[in-house]
Design a protein around this ligand. Structure first.
Ligand code: NAP
Length: 499
């Protein structure tokens, strides 16, 4: 039976009130569209809500880590702190009228495509079932903490918690604190805690490449100048050195024998040589894999922190956790009051555990059984009118995910246009187009620096880098205009196949 209904007046469901979901809400609100934003927590902010660890800073220059349409004069320093960023998103969501459209404490448990209605049925944690014509999945990337597989984690007598589940009442002041994990998170925590803890042990399984970066605070006069002259903010945002660095960085990722990556390695090694005085400590901190294979650490103060007398860098492997502390493989014990697990996230989850069933009941979990993937990181064959922001195979690295989400939104808007016009019932990528994209992507990904031989969350379960393997320009170009021949547009006039 044909349901020949006009699609004007689409209903949108946005999943997740973090940076990307709020972007979608702002843009749909401005276009006068009917949307609801579902957020499982009781507060917005996504990663900036979950992460509250001491030292939390975004290592993208603050003025470049904002929506392009909403500059912010109030940043305290060149790099913003986590709570400042959360405030920015709260102010921006309020300013654009998104707050009343967010349903807090409401998790989307399932999304099921109904072909006869050409819409999605969403099962909510409240027990309700709601319908949406379009789903925008903005559910984040790094949001499921990964606990290390270390014996005895549950036997530790002190405070023990993951970095993204910070316990405010944990013993830090004058306490013996250990931090397991040496990614961007572990490094930032160490730089903040050494002044507060009596002693601090940084357990490192792999040393890191540390890129020295400038850090300075903005004065009240400078902030006032930013308030009066947006051009000053734009000058930082569009700074040619900042963009030159991004282009150089993506060049370095894709040309692993080229001069750009050699330069990054030299700058980091010079930083190590010039900053760390004790030769034994310097060797402990020296990485034995290629720079940028794991996410580069940007820090202006980590090497200072680890040279403080109360800080120990521990490279010996961990045998187990005991009630008193961390027992090393060589038999030594680090007695501790508090143990922070800065051990990263399950990076392959994306919208899961939400159950997503597309055409004919095809399950996203099955489609992603080998690795999460999407056509140009945004759409998935057999999942009509389903769009992801910061979905699988998008760019990752040392740049602003806000810029990435905005470019993806520009792409999504172009795919939404035929739906909004009311002539088309659904839009989804062709399976062959996606397969060809994924084949090219995987082939290119194997040769990137991410695949050069290190462990990291950039790798999928088969050891292949899961991210965008080409340049930033190539990403910007791909997002500027979808290849419409690669999409199936089903007309509202077409009869619906009853499944
Ligand atoms: P991560 O980069 O995945 O680092 C996890 C750390 O835990 C690694 O050092 C890892 O060692 C260690 N580890 C894991 N399991 C272990 C075990 N069983 N025993 C010992 N060590 C273990 O996680 P993250 O630091 O939370 O950062 C995740 C991502 O969040 C970053 O890459 C970045 O994208 C984002 N982030 C960004 C910022 C920013 O400023 N923009 C700040 C923080 C985080 P191995 O290296 O040996 O595996």
């Amino acid at each position: 039976m044909s349901t020949h209904h006009n699609r004007a007046g689409l209903r949108y469901a946005i999943i997740g009130a973090g940076m990307a979901g709020l972007l979608a809400g702002i843009k749909l609100g401005e276009a006068g569209e009917d949307f609801t934003l579902y957020e499982k927590a009781d507060r917005l902010g996504g990663t900036w809500r979950d992460n509250r660890y001491p030292g939390l800073t975004c290592d993208v220059p603050a003025h470049a880590y904002t929506y392009s349409f909403e500059p912010y004069a109030e940043w305290e320093a060149y790099y913003a702190k986590g709570d400042e960023i959360r405030t920015y998103f709260e102010l921006t969501a309020a300013k654009y009228g998104v707050m009343p459209r967010i349903r807090f404490g409401c998790e989307v448990i399932s999304c099921i495509w109904r072909d006869d209605q050409a819409c999605w049925a969403l099962g909510l944690s409240t027990g309700e079932m709601v319908e949406a014509d379009v789903v925008i999945a903005a559910s984040g990337v790094l949001h499921h903490p990964r606990l290390p597989e270390i014996e005895g984690l549950d036997r530790f007598a002190g405070d023990i918690f993951h970095s993204a589940r910070w316990q405010d009442d944990a013993g830090i002041e004058g306490a013996r604190v250990g931090v397991i994990g040496n990614g961007s998170t572990g490094v930032q925590i160490i730089t903040a805690l050494h002044e507060r803890a009596e002693s601090l042990v940084h357990f490192q399984r792999s040393p890191q490449w540390i890129m020295p970066v400038p850090y300075f605070r903005y004065s009240e006069e400078e902030r006032d100048a930013f308030r009066r002259d947006r051009g000053l903010i734009d000058a930082i945002r569009h700074d040619k050195d900042y963009w030159a660095n991004i282009h150089r960085f993506t060049q370095a990722i894709t040309d692993i024998d080229g001069p750009e990556i050699a330069m990054i390695e030299k700058v980091c090694l010079d930083n190590l040589e010039n900053s760390v005085r004790d030769p034994l400590l310097r060797e402990k901190l020296r990485p034995d894999y290629r720079a940028a294979c794991k996410r580069l650490i940007y820090s202006w103060c980590y090497y200072d922190a680890v040279q403080q007398p109360n800080v120990t860098v521990e490279r010996e492997g961990i045998a187990r956790i005991e009630p008193e502390g961390v027992r090393l493989k060589d038999g030594r014990l680090h007695a501790l009051d508090t143990l922070v697990l800065a051990t990263g996230f399950q990076a392959d989850r994306f919208i899961r555990p939400t159950e997503v069933l597309g055409r004919n009941g095809v399950s996203l979990d099955d489609v992603w059984s080998m690795r999460p993937t999407a056509y140009y990181a945004v759409t998935i064959p057999h999942f009509p009118n389903f769009f992801m922001l910061n979905g699988p195979t998008g760019p990752v690295g040392n740049f602003s995910l806000i810029d990435i989400a905005e470019r993806q939104w520009g792409y999504i808007e172009q795919l939404l246009a035929p739906l909004r016009e009311g002539e088309v019932r659904s839009v989804e990528p062709k399976a062959e187009a996606h397969a060809a994209y994924e084949e090219r992507r995987v082939a290119a990904a194997r040769t990137t620096i991410f695949g050069s031989g290190c462990s990291s969350w950039y790798l999928d379960a088969t050891g292949i880098p899961s991210s965008w393997p080409w340049s930033y320009e190539a990403f910007a170009e791909a997002m500027a205009q979808p290849v419409m021949q690669d999409y199936i547009l089903t007309s509202v006039a077409e009869p619906v196949a009853l499944s």
